[in-house]
Structure formats: C-alpha cells, structure tokens
Design a protein around this ligand. Sequence first.
Ligand SMILES: [Zn+2]
Length: 69
Amino acid sequence: MNVTDELRPCPFCGGKARIKHLYYVDGDDPTHSKVECGTCHIGTTYYVYQYGDRNVIDIWNRRSDELDR
Ligand SMILES: [Zn+2]
C-alpha cells in the first residue's frame, strides 16, 4: 500500500497531498521529510526522517482534521 493513500486532501484547496524528501548529496536515505499540497504547495515544515514518514503523515492529517470543519 502506498503511504500517500493515507494522506488527507489539502484542508485549504482540497488538492492531493504528497510527501517530499530531502537527501544528503551522497545519501541513499532521506534526512528530512514533509507533506505538501501538490496544488497550492502549502505544507508542513521539514521534520527529521529518523522515524520515517509516519510522523509527517500524522501531523498533516491532524492539521487537516482541525481545519476541516
Ligand atoms: Zn492545497
């Protein structure tokens, strides 16, 4: 299952959210990740990737819950 399937739509424009990663120049694993709307580009800040994408997915979805009412 693709993790992006867990992402809620953007709370501002309803666009499809996606995960972005930052890498060291020579690194294989991401150093930071964030969730960003593919349409209006609003998103979370970058979080350390130590625990994977789970962290930013939860933050994004929680924010979407708070604003979507
Ligand atoms: Zn948006």
